[in-house]
Design a protein around this ligand. Structure first.
Ligand code: DGJ
Length: 729
């Protein structure tokens, strides 16, 4: 199927995959008008939606001839939905790209020049990017009227999912250097502002809280300036048409394949239309572009659904699996993981770790991970970061790994590569590797006693790479947890001249990608898991390298339920790393059921488990091994009741072949006198399924029309039911 076509006569680009369509018109002034965005259509006869931009034209003066310009050049750009708004001229809605030339002027006015349509996606050097089959790209080239600069706008559409990938590249084709003051990856102008904006804000231990507000006049901005995507705001946001819900209505999701500062900006102006720009945050951003150089903005994702929010999420989930993550073991069963952190923190030696391995083996562990504390002088969180050599006095790693092998377990280890403690060999030898370090500074901000390394500097990245490489050559680990426990404060790099300090934030992210990209390429069998003080870098940039990301340090199911549920709006369950811990709020059975709707793992002192708890956990681990990959990792998720809307939560995942399904029901406050019939979704109406809740066999139609009855018992606080449905032949 042809996904992208150009009608020369109408000057109309049509991107249409049979379900979702996007059309762009090249107008007489050379502006690209976004004339349609929505469900696929049978025909594209007229140019849609050009709304009076010519009639309300603003006059222009021809300086050379001293006359007022004619009709063709009087296009009033802020009255039309555009792909790239100009800056420093009439349009004040917020241009996606701003350049400054040698004369200091801010004017930036890109007009259409040419196009190219090709199969596949652009490969972005140095940046994680989408890939895959069944996709076409429209590359539009625009030329700036104010500077010698070209802008390439890439739009890629998939045949089998309603996902559009967009980004811009800016090229300096002149002799003078240019300064890029803003380089947003996308602009999306919609004719109506009748939406609610949903975003996910939070903090440590409470990541991705549901926030929903009507889109209103003026500006709404969701952003991070912490140097990472952050726990404070997640880069995934979506617009929800009024009245839409999980199962019906229009939803438009946005995300960025990026891990640093971002800015999603929604502006509603005098025409009551919605103007969205999204990309790298332009706060303290300035990129010096020498003659012949290019700046590439990260890819932004738009997911479209006119069948409810769940269908938007499903498209994003499949996109991550099929077109983003690069881990070679993605299609395989993920091992049950045991992490040492919450069980013993820094307080361990070889004997204790060996005992943990033995005890964790009884609850089905397949991968044992030694977290923080194994390296340098790391006896607590105030020292050792930056010294990636094994503290052999504390732990005999060869012995630990050999023991895992004897039990048939894999072994993994923790790193925090972008950080340094002032009490470390690395800092003593190279204080100048510290971000913010400069002559004459009297103080520098600490967080968790540590500094951020200057990953904008190649020598620093090389140093950490060499240390990690030496470790990995000696210790053949199967897994790395890549942590990142502070945000950026003084964003100054010793390695860059004054005129390049506006590049620091972005260069830190590029340094992170360079290091993780190199290591994942050299050790493709190692599974990397992202982490940042819990879920502070839960984003698509990290997910390109890491098939799973630690979701939050909060494992108490009362909070965790919201965190996991909300994270799933933008990211697949198989990417949401979740562990059973020893919080006392709920029994292990409940915590295990919740962890099952993520990646499933453990984090506690396994020697303290009772026989009954061991049996419960081992049983869930067995269920995980048998059904998780098929039903959850590769299944389709349905949200039956959202915890932000009522006193309980219910979600369901169905295998692609619809032969099995898992349902998770979790109560919040104790409440026994309310009906809780939950209708399931996504089953085959004609198939018969046995459920292990009441042992009954019913047709898919029954479960979808009548539902499961969770109201027969008095449900306690955080009471939980996990139901498995399997096809009954
Ligand atoms: C923060 C992470 O979120 C934890 O899981 C743990 O790895 C600690 N860092 C270790 O310092």
């Amino acid at each position: 199927m042809k996904l992208i076509a150009y009608d020369e006569g109408k000057r109309l680009f049509v991107l249409d995959n049979g379900r979702f369509a996007y059309t762009i018109y090249v107008n007489d002034a050379g502006y690209l008008e976004t004339v349609y965005f929505g469900a696929s259509r049978a025909e594209y006869g007229d140019i849609d939606c050009v709304r009076g931009a010519w009639e309300s034209a603003s006059p222009h003066y021809d300086v050379a001839r001293g006359v007022e310009l004619g009709y063709a050049d009087k296009f009033k750009s802020d009255a039309a939905p555009l792909e790239i708004s100009p800056h420093g001229v009439w349009d004040k809605r917020g241009a996606p790209v701003i350049l400054r030339g040698a004369d200091g002027a801010f004017e930036t006015d890109f007009r259409y020049e040419s196009y190219r349509i090709y199969a596949g996606l652009p490969a972005l050097e140095g940046l994680p990017h989408a890939h895959g089959e069944g996709v076409e790209t429209l590359e539009l080239t625009l030329r700036d009227r104010a500077h010698d600069a070209l802008l390439r706008l890439n739009l890629s559409l998939f045949a089998d999912k309603n996902v559009l990938v967009k980004n811009v590249e800016i090229e300096n084709v002149g002799k003078e250097p240019l300064r890029v003051l803003r380089a947003m990856s996308l602009q999306l102008d919609l004719p109506s502002a009748d939406y609610d904006l949903v975003h996910f804000c939070g903090r440590w231990g409470k990541e991705r809280d549901w926030c929903e507000n009507p889109v209103h006049d003026g500006v709404q901005e969701i952003s991070s300036n912490f140097g990472r995507s952050s726990a404070d705001e997640n880069p995934f946001v979506f617009l929800k048409a009024r009245g839409a819900d999980e199962a019906q209505g229009e939803a438009i999701g946005f995300n960025l394949i990026y891990s640093g500062n971002f800015k999603f900006r929604a502006f509603v102006g005098m025409y009551r239309a919605l103007h969205v720009t999204y990309g790298i945050n332009d706060e303290d951003f300035e990129w010096l572009l020498a003659s012949g150089e290019r700046f590439t903005a990260p890819q932004a994702i738009i997911a479209y659904s006119d069948e409810g929010i769940d269908a938007m999420s499903a498209a994003l989930h499949r996109f991550v699996h099929e077109n983003l993550n690069t881990y070679q073991g993605l299609g395989e069963h993920r091992p049950v993981l045991f992490n040492s952190w919450e069980g013993c923190y820094f307080d361990f030696d070889t004997a204790r770790i060996l005992a943990y391995i033995d005890a964790s083996h009884k609850i089905g562990t397949e991968l044992f991970v030694l977290d923080d504390g194994w390296f340098g002088a790391r006896s607590d969180d105030s020292r050792g970061l930056g010294d990636w050599w094994v503290n052999k006095e504390k732990v005999d790693l060869h012995k630990v790994m050999a023991h895992c092998k004897e039990l048939g377990m894999k072994f993994g280890i923790w790193f925090e590569p972008e950080m340094v403690d002032f009490d470390s060999d690395l800092f003593r030898a190279h204080p100048e590797y510290t971000l913010g370090w400069k002559e004459g500074r009297t103080e520098l901000t600490l967080a968790r006693h540590q500094f951020h390394l200057d990953f904008a500097c190649d020598a620093v990245v090389e140093n950490i790479y060499a240390q990690m490489k030496a470790f990995l050559e000696e210790y053949h680990v199967d897994y790395i947890k890549w942590d990142y426990n502070r945000t950026v404060a003084e964003h100054f790099s010793n390695a860059l001249p004054p005129e390049r300090q506006g590049e620091v934030y972005h260069r830190l992210v590029l340094g992170y990608y360079r290091l993780i990209g190199r290591l994942t390429a050299e050790y493709p069998h190692i599974m990397f898991e992202g982490c940042a003080s819990g879920g502070g870098r839960f984003d698509l940039g990290t997910m390109y390298y890491c098939p799973q990301i630690w979701c939050s340090d909060e494992s108490d199911p009362a909070q965790r339920m919201d965190i996991q549920f909300n994270t799933s709006y933008g990211y697949p369950l198989s990417a949401i790393a979740s562990h059973v811990n020893d919080s006392k709020v709920a029994p292990y059975r409940t915590k295990a059921a919740l962890a099952l709707f993520g990646t499933y793992g453990y984090e506690m002192n396994p020697e303290l488990l009772t026989e009954e708890e061991i049996a419960d956990l081992a049983e869930t681990a067995e269920l995980y091994k048998k059904y998780h990959h098929k039903v959850i990792a590769e299944g389709t998720l349905y949200r039956l009741r959202a915890p932000h809307k009522c006193n309980y939560m219910c979600m369901q995942s169905v295998s692609q072949d619809k032969t099995a399904s898992l349902v998770l029901f979790m109560n919040k406050l104790k409440e026994g006198d309310r009906f809780r019939f939950v209708r399931l979704r996504g089953l085959d109406a004609e198939k018969r399924y046995r459920n292990d809740f009441d042992g009954q066999v019913h047709t898919g139609e029954y479960y979808m029309r009548v539902g499961l009855n969770f109201s027969r018992e008095w449900l306690q606080e955080f009471d939980c039911r996990r139901v498995l449905l399997t096809e009954a032949k």
